[in-house]
Design a protein around this ligand. Structure first.
Ligand code: MG
Length: 251
């Protein structure tokens, strides 16, 4: 009896691995035009200033605000991805996010294999991070794309190894009691100071294998930064929560 259980488990595990090895990639079928390449200007020589009401998640010294942060080496004021992703201990809903990243200066690999990481809002809505400087991939998967949903309006990438910025304003989706989407999420993204998404309506969670889909979730959830096997660097990550309009608010 005991043996049979183990044999069954073995088949189940083998089956799962076999399935995982042959997962189908989701493709929207939309034929996007190539985002024009633009020059966003020179890389910043220092981290951007931090507003006084910002919650600092990484100041270049320690990643104690992140689960898994202990696995990312910190050197010269920057953390490098390693071993696994990191997840913020604090949870966020509507917010503004500033983040600085640099893809590896030594160019290796191609397409999705170059400087791949990603910022996941609420752990499930990915703004792609990739070395898209002279590196072709599918347009809704290039740097600053809302992964598999929307390419950036332009390719504002700086060269590999140079510091780049994301400034993001995010409105979290709202769900009704019955789990229906009451209001979708919205995202505005500036890449190196250039608007590449303007109040884009999120279609749901971003996935490599599935079409975008909303699943009811809490009002606030952690941020996540992806580890995708490439040594992408990060510095100066902060969040502001005070982004609600005053209109309609009671005095
Ligand atoms: Mg990614």
């Amino acid at each position: 009896m005991q043996t049979n259980v183990f044999v069954s488990l073995g088949i189940l595990v083998a089956g799962t691995i076999a399935t995982a090895a042959f997962v189908d990639e989701y493709k929207s079928g939309i034929v996007w035009p190539q985002p024009p390449v633009i020059d966003a200007g020179p890389a910043p020589t220092a981290p951007a200033p931090v507003p006084s009401d910002a919650i600092v998640l990484f100041d270049g010294k320690d990643l104690s605000a992140w689960e898994g942060g202990e696995h990312w080496p910190i050197e010269d004021g920057a953390a490098t991805t390693a071993k696994g992703g990191i997840t913020s201990k604090q949870k966020f809903g509507d917010c503004q996010i500033h983040l600085e990243f640099a893809t590896p200066s030594k160019v290796e690999g191609s397409g999705q294999g170059r400087g791949n990481s990603g910022l996941y809002l609420m752990g499930q809505y990915e703004v792609q991070i990739l070395d898209s400087f002279d590196n072709e991939t599918y347009f809704d998967g290039q740097c600053a794309a809302i992964y598999k949903q929307q390419p950036p309006t332009v390719n504002a990438n700086r060269k590999p190894g140079e510091w780049q910025t994301y400034d993001i304003v995010f409105t979290a989706p709202r769900f009704a009691e019955n789990g229906k989407v009451e209001k979708p999420g919205y995202i505005t993204v500036l890449h190196n100071g250039v608007a590449v998404h303007n109040h884009f309506e999120l279609q749901g969670a971003t996935s490599y294998t599935e079409p975008p889909k909303y699943t009811t979730h809490a009002d606030k959830l952690p941020l996540h930064i992806q580890f995708h096997g490439n040594a992408t660097r990060f510095r100066n990550i902060w969040v502001r929560e005070n982004v609600d309009p005053l209109i309609g608010k009671k005095p």
